[in-house]
Design a protein around this ligand. Sequence first.
Ligand code: UGA
Length: 479
Amino acid sequence: MSDHLIPQEINSANSTITVLGLGHIGLPTALGLADLGWKVIGADDDAKKVGLIRSGDPIFFEPGLSELLTKHLQSGKFQPVDDVEAAVRAASIIFICVGTPQKASGQADLAQVEAVARVVARNLNGYKLIVEKSTVPAITAQWLKRTIVRYNAGKSLGAPGGSAPGSPAPLEFDIASNPEFLREGRAVEDFFHPDRIVCGVDSERARKILTDLYTPLGRPIVITDTSTAELIKHAANAFLSTKISFINMVSDLCEKVGADVTAVTRGIGLDSRIGPQFLDAGVGYGGYCFPKDLRAFIHLAEEHGVNFSLLQEVEAINQRRVDIFIRKVHETLWTLRGKTLGILGLAFKAGTDDIREAVSLKIIQALLDEGSILRLYDPQAMPNTQAVFPPSTDRLTYCSSAYEAAQGAQGLLLVTEWDEFRQLDLTRVREVMEVPILVDGRNLFDPATVRKAGFEYVSMGRDKARGVATKAHTPKPTA
Ligand code: UGA
């Protein structure tokens, strides 16, 4: 199609972008776009959240986000509002960044996405490009389009070349899918330096707007149709989860045969067809995205009669990781009742205060059930964790440092791979512990260094199994 379909140019000089939903994806996206020179309205119907953001508080921890927020509140390029309808009317490009939680069935709950479509339908006062950024199952864009038409009473979709005289005014909008690949803890960096940008479009006009918008980043842009773009997002998260579960199984096997999983990762990761990333064995993946997106992808496959049992196994392997870790703790410390254990790391990964589907929560619960006394520390995630596990004087103490968590402990469990833990003075840690045992669920430390510092050290897939859990562990007697 040619440029004559673009009656009014949409660019950063004359257009407003509205980002709907100011969460972990919406806020970094809004501020990134503001930094690219766009006038951005960040809309969220949670007035309290908007008030905090307006005062310069990004609400959650994300490196670099606070600085970017201050910068663009001051520059006037970013305006947080709680009037979603007005924000939609003001914009020619709308990014949907609302939540897509999961239902009990594993299916994505798209109620918030549909609600946005209705708001857009009521407020369609000129051409708008509506861009899905939230992770949604394939064909959601088609539903969005249908919903906007349905709820825009009295108007109809315009046929190319204009509508017939006397017929309702044509609706002017396009739907695009532009999935986000932002990682929590690196969202700002990922916005400006993405590996690729995927734009699913069904019109030339939408293609041109998104290409112009992202060209300044100088990164590869993959143009597809909307359903393909939606599928790319789910496939990417499912593939990364598969890599993690794969290496976790290799890790278990390493323990049986006395191999070292970190060396295996290096050995296979240097093969450019495999790559070294997302091959860190440990306690398994958590967070708001992988567990939920994997289930939604499995559900989508089932809905369409495709047997994607591979992904069911990926999920099952991941769910077993906590049991495997707790078994390791048992094998190392023997009984757990009444023992004081320090826990280093609560966030689902380093660099964030997010504890949604964090492995730490399951570990804490399992250890409390065992009767252990816990001393917890995380550089960022303690306030969120306290809301789930309130402190209790005799069972659960939140500490102000890793050293405090180790104080008097008979075992230290590392659950999140914060850099801060890498820098610990191990001699000091050993001196404050009652028994210097370290169980490293993330293979953060070099075994020789920790053992030299006087610890009994156990990690994931790097030590031959101790032979107390299953018969398979028991070495055969030599003749
Ligand atoms: C993930 C994807 O990496 C992003 O590309 C995507 O945009 C995002 O989901 C999303 O869908 O919004 P995120 O959930 O922030 O990002 O975290 P990851 O860095 O992917 O880690 C996920 C989990 O896997 C964490 O619990 C992490 O500790 C674990 N992990 C990661 C491992 O256990 N081993 C690894 O080798 C890598």
